[in-house]
Design a protein around this ligand. Structure first.
Ligand code: ADP
Ligand code: MG
Ligand code: MG
Length: 211
């Protein structure tokens, strides 16, 4: 069957870095409306450092890769998003084990474990207007597609579409976590920056992991 190797993960993170760089100003603009106008700056800096580290010292296995991404992102992103993306990848690392490849269902399980870790770390749930609102529907869509026999590429496409729908659904929500929560009802009508970057992470997975 289809397997995802360390090289595939590296392509994923590089593509995510490129999408974040291309959307850096948008992410920062969204954060200026309901936060402190740094989400694009935080993510772009962190992913630049992460990609450089991966190129400098390519990790030997999938867990090492996820752990390296987590450590680089935590130490360079700062803000709320650094520890949250860091927890996502750290949980993925502890789920995959030190293997050279994982299959699609193992990937889905790792992403789900990462999602659960992120929710716990952020004390967040669906509907709070956060990055979780893009990640959770993506994980569900991925699980469902794989369970119904879809190939990895199609399943990841479904996940990316679900993440983008989840991102869009944050616009009418009231922010209940992080800086958006300080605005209360004034956060209504603005798309969440973290949900926007999270949708880019899943879109990047769809364009790289099934290659
Ligand atoms: P900061 O708010 O510290 O400046 P960023 O701007 O980098 O950090 O990230 C903001 C994003 O982090 C938000 O748009 C939201 O998606 C996410 N976020 C903030 N707090 C939480 C939380 N408790 N749980 C999940 N996501 C959160
Ligand atoms: Mg911010
Ligand atoms: Mg900040």
């Amino acid at each position: 069957g289809e397997l995802i190797y360390v090289d595939g993960f590296i392509s994923w993170i590089k593509e995510f870095a490129q999408l974040v760089a291309a959307n850096r100003d948008l992410l920062t603009e969204l954060d200026s409306a309901i936060g402190d106008a740094d989400h694009g700056i935080n993510m772009d800096r962190a992913l630049g450092v992460t990609v450089a580290a991966l190129e400098n010292e390519p990790p030997p296995d999938v867990a090492a890769l996820c752990k390296q991404v987590a450590l680089e992102v935590v130490s360079s992103a700062g803000g709320a998003s650094g520890p949250l993306y860091g927890t996502l990848f750290l949980r993925m690392a502890s789920t995959t084990g030190n293997v050279e490849s994982i299959d699609p269902k193992e990937f889905s399980a790792a992403l789900r474990a990462g999602m659960d870790g992120l929710a716990m770390r952020g004390k967040t749930q669906a509907g709070d207007k956060t990055m979780y609102d893009a990640l959770a529907p993506a994980v569900s869509a991925l699980d469902e597609a794989l369970a119904s026999g879809a190939e990895l590429g199609a399943a990841l496409d479904a996940a990316a579409a679900a993440a983008e729908k989840g991102r869009d659904a944050t616009t009418p929500m009231i922010g209940l976590k992080g800086r958006a929560s300080y605005l209360g009802e004034r956060s209504i009508g603005h798309q969440d920056p973290g949900a926007t970057s999270m949708a880019l992470l899943i879109r990047a997975a769809a364009t790289t992991l099934a290659q």
